[in-house]
Design a protein around this ligand. Sequence first.
Ligand SMILES: *Cc1c(COP(=O)(O)O)cnc(C)c1O
Length: 285
Amino acid sequence: MQEIKDPILEQNGVRFFVKRDDLTHPEVSGNKWRKLKYNLLKAKEEGYSTLLTFGGAYSNHIHAFAAAGKLYGMKTIGVIRGEEHLPLNKTLSFATSQGMELTYLDRTSFRDYKAAIPKLREQFGDFYMAPMGGSNQLALEGVAELGEEINSFDQKVDYVCAACGTGGTLAGLINSIDTTTEIIGFPALKGGEFLYDDINEFLSSSENINTNWSLNTSYHFGGYAKKKPELLAFMENFKEKHNIELERIYTGKMMYGVIDLIKKGFFKRDSVIVALHSGGLQINR
Ligand SMILES: *Cc1c(COP(=O)(O)O)cnc(C)c1O
């Protein structure tokens, strides 16, 4: 937990901490490590030697999955959205350097990627499959450990803020964070309201969840991976002031949103806010 010091925090009567999950591991960073942990253990326990997953060509999930597979001595296959482009971009060339085998699925078929599984089994034999983005019930269990770490922080936490892609990470937090803490998710995609349904679906088999959660859909900056000068300037300034690197897809937007809400007096006075740095910095390289 890194405390952020800034006059705007004092002016608005709040304390602000960043949970540095970006520091977990240099290649399997942030929430991807949390989400993979119990999937890897299950795959090993069930005797699989090959892991397969799906993702975009710049995906943090593909990057982390390849690195984790190598660390755990398992073969990995990445099914990438779209056509092959050579030379490979940095994310995919890193993935192959970790021993990942790449295969491609055109954009139309990718929308219904689960339909491609029988064919993939014919091609690659038996494998343990982790879904797109790595979000499943086992992922929630790994994220719950992150929630427990936040619960045991020596300050009482009033708000936890996190970026959302598939919503798996937020669901894991909702599943584990104390019910006296409010949880706010910041969708990276435009039209992120659809995540209410997806998150409720992830939580459908959970009991005693924290109902004190919501999504703030105002900070998508035009949609996934759009480069907005205002966002890039914010990230640069944040890094200069606090020595924390952000990226433009998830954590930059979320952090921009949290700071903006602090300035607007959204958070109760005398409260403690925690923002999750979910990693993903490979995209900056
Ligand atoms: C994948 C990712 C997310 C989104 O996580 P979900 O569980 O899919 O919502 C957030 N931040 C970073 C840095 C990520 O790589």
